[in-house]
Ligand binder design. Sequence first.
Ligand SMILES: [Zn+2]
Length: 60
Amino acid sequence: MIFSKKEKQIVAYTVEKCPSCKKESKRKFKQGDCLFVESSKCPSCDVPMNITKIFGEPTA
Ligand SMILES: [Zn+2]
């Protein structure tokens, strides 16, 4: 169930996609991230990337 004795931590990640070169980048979720809003700029195109996915992953 939700609480397990192993106490695995869930870390939230945000995936951004560049509308120009279609490159995706995954980074840690930060406060204020919201689906389909513009986020940081693409390092190669210098255009704002859109957030396409927010998901949680258990830490290793
Ligand atoms: Zn790009």
